[in-house]
Design a protein around this ligand. Structure first.
Ligand code: ATP
Ligand code: MG
Length: 263
């Protein structure tokens, strides 16, 4: 059995990509899955949020993309949470330019992950807020995309660019890629706008929209400053519980046989 590789992407900034990657990783790990996070963002937020000091890295995903190191030489365990991290820092912003002269530049991550795919059940890729070569490496490596989004006025418009990019990726390099799910984040159930956008989402994307909704919850915002996933920082927080529910929904969708066997 080889890992399910999921790119978490949305070119819009601050929609909860990194929060989703870290908390879904910890929740899946708690549910017995072997998980690797790939940090593809030069901001290194998923790295820091996993308790790994990005300024102290001697090797990072940058070296993997430039084929200077193998994944196994760069991976580190998260400080807590029971998952692994392929970490990133600002070095990665140079990779875009440097990769331009290299062969198979959009397939670097895909090729590198093949060597470790058998060691994990899930590989979650955190993307930067743009549709650049780094994001593209994530989309080429993945079987599915998980799209976190905030239910606000321009949310659907923003999705058009991503859906078009996915179509191009499918035609040109990765015919397998599909939308694994849309995740409503920072959700305010009392807001009419959230409800309206939610309904539009369901109309456009049907059951691609996860039933699980991530509420706006201060604990989710506090946990990264301690280098911890929310379920370790404050397990009872509504945000932590929502990501535990998301992990259960995801495994039920992707592993139908095991789920029935366990029931
Ligand atoms: P970027 O595009 O910059 O990489 P992102 O899409 O990865 O951003 P996050 O960093 O996960 O988004 O979240 C943006 C900010 O909102 C962070 O400060 C985070 O702690 C906070 N945040 C994320 N999800 C929630 C939530 N459900 N409730 C409250 N705060 C949240
Ligand atoms: Mg981020």
């Amino acid at each position: 059995m080889t890992a399910r590789i999921i790119a978490v992407a949305n070119q819009k900034g601050g929609v909860g990509k990194t929060t989703t990657v870290v908390n879904l990783a910890a929740s899946l790990a708690e549910q017995g899955r072997r998980v690797l996070i790939v940090d593809l963002d030069p901001q290194g937020n998923a790295t820091m949020g996993s308790g790994i000091d990005k300024s102290a890295l001697s090797r990072s995903v940058y070296h993997v993309l430039l084929a200077e190191h193998e994944v196994a030489e760069v991976v580190q365990p998260a400080k807590q949470g029971g998952y692994d991290v392929l970490p990133a820092n600002r070095d990665l912003s140079a990779a875009e330019v440097e990769l331009m002269q290299e062969l198979a530049r959009e397939a670097r991550l895909k090729n590198a992950l093949e060597q470790v795919a058998a060691n994990y059940d899930y590989i979650l890729i955190d993307s930067p807020p743009s549709l650049n070569l780094l994001t593209l490496n994530g989309l080429v490596a993945a079987q599915g995309v998980l799209i976190p989004m905030v239910c606000e006025y321009y949310a659907l418009e923003g999705l058009t660019d991503l859906v078009n990019t996915l179509r191009k990726v499918r035609l040109a390099v990765n015919p397998k890629i599909e939308i694994m799910g849309l995740l409503r984040t920072m959700f305010d159930a009392r807001s009419n706008l959230s409800q309206q956008v939610s309904e539009q989402l369901a109309r456009h994307f049907g059951d691609k929209v996860f039933d699980t909704v991530i509420p706006r919850n201060i604990r989710l915002a506090e946990a990264p400053s301690h280098g911890l996933p929310a379920l370790i920082y404050d397990r009872n927080a509504r945000g932590a519980q929502a990501y535990i529910a998301l992990a259960a929904e995801l495994t039920a969708r992707l592993e139908p046989q095991t789920t029935t066997a366990e029931q």
